[in-house]
Design a protein around this ligand. Structure first.
Ligand code: 4NP
Length: 154
């Protein structure tokens, strides 16, 4: 079964939204998929997603209040078939900690959105709630393509 781990910095804004969007899309399309998220940092480990992220997900029909932040660990590179970084810094940090026997395929989230390849998802943490709507649109677009690609690959 494919398994996808989304990675951002804090695991309280962007990657929980990506996790929620992909899980929802996989359910809609009846694709069996393991989905999780983590942060490269550990400052927010154990915390629920940022309240603005929670409200944004809820406005789109998904409850993410039960998610808890955690830090990515070397074993994740073997446990997951795909690890998806939200921005370039996340990708650089992942490459630094990837173990030699990593099997997961690494990609940038917006590489999965036609026309947005190579771009990073801006951190909405410092802005207002409207920024979270932008993030939601980006992770939803990526989730659609990911589900299509993973369905085809099976
Ligand atoms: P995220 O956003 O990486 O999308 O979860 C952040 C949340 C908190 C911090 C950084 C990014 N922080 O530095 O506390």
């Amino acid at each position: 079964m494919p398994s996808v781990l989304f990675i951002c910095l804090g695991n309280i804004c962007r990657s929980p939204l990506a996790e929620a969007a992909l899980r929802a899309e996989a359910q809609r399309r009846r694709l069996d998929l393991i989905v999780d998220s983590a942060g490269t940092g550990n400052w927010h480990a154990g915390e629920a997603p940022d309240e603005r992220a929670q409200r944004t997900a809820m406005r789109n029909g998904v409850d993410i209040s039960g998610l808890r932040a955690r830090q990515v660990k070397p074993a994740d590179f073997r446990r997951f078939t795909h690890i998806v970084a939200l921005d370039h810094q996340n990708m650089a940090d992942l490459r630094k900690i990837a173990p030699e026997d990593a099997t997961a395929e690494l990609s940038l989230l917006l590489d999965h959105v036609p026309g947005r390849e190579g771009q990073g998802v801006t951190d909405p943490w410092f802005g207002d709630e409207a920024g979270f709507d932008v993030t939601w649109a980006e992770v939803t677009a990526a989730a659609r393509t990911l589900v299509e690609d993973l369905s085809r690959a099976r």
